[in-house]
Design a protein around this ligand. Structure first.
Ligand code: HEM
Ligand code: ISQ
Length: 154
């Protein structure tokens, strides 16, 4: 099914309203992920051996923000061309990174769920089933693009 202009608008509109709080949202996204899957903390090199509290970790907020931004960009691409394309070299790096850190399917489910919950709590007045499925579709297509590059290297 095609990604519509309305769906793109729902994603972009909610992100525009959220991005001023991007740091706080990023922290929330991480906390939500670790609430559901505590062991996922060990995947992140900057968290595994860190002695600073999560909310003071400088890398955490920027890392989480990337997930929001990339999902939002996916929505724009989906509407424009019907597919998600990430610049070739970057996509290969992304695939390689996620393979290297042993990210599996279940993790993608956890992050999708946590992302949607975080958005819902950030923009409760805007939230709707349509908004949910727009973000979900953008995320799923982005996930598919990353996973297509997550082939074990020979
Ligand atoms: C690294 C995005 C899903 C765990 C990264 C990086 C980006 C990114 C941009 C940095 C790339 C690099 O350092 O080369 C995304 C997006 C996702 C996604 C857009 C979903 C569509 C996941 C999932 C997990 C995960 C499901 C597992 C919980 C990691 C880890 C790193 C990483 C462990 C390396 C962090 C480090 O430097 O220690 N991700 N990611 N990612 N991601 Fe993801
Ligand atoms: C996946 N990859 C990189 C950073 C992330 C931050 C929060 C949730 C998932 C992530």
């Amino acid at each position: 099914k095609a990604f519509s202009e309305e769906q793109e608008a729902l994603v972009v509109k909610s992100w525009n309203s959220m991005k001023k709080n991007a740091g706080e949202l990023g922290l929330k996204l991480f906390l939500r992920v670790f609430e559901i899957a505590p062991s996922a903390k060990n995947l992140f090199s900057f968290l595994k051996d860190s002695t600073v509290p999560l909310d003071q970790n400088p890398k955490l907020k920027t890392h989480a923000m990337i997930v929001f931004v990339m999902t939002c960009e996916s929505a724009v691409q989906l509407r424009k061309s019907g597919k998600v394309t990430i610049k070739d070299a970057n996509l290969k790096d992304l695939g390689a990174t996620h393979i290297k850190y042993n990210v599996v399917d279940e993790h993608f489910e956890v992050v999708r769920y946590a992302l949607l919950e975080t958005i819902k709590e950030a923009v409760p007045d805007m939230w709707s089933p349509e908004m949910k499925s727009a973000w979900e579709e953008a995320y799923n297509q982005l996930k598919a693009a990353i996973k297509s590059e997550m082939k074990p290297s020979a």
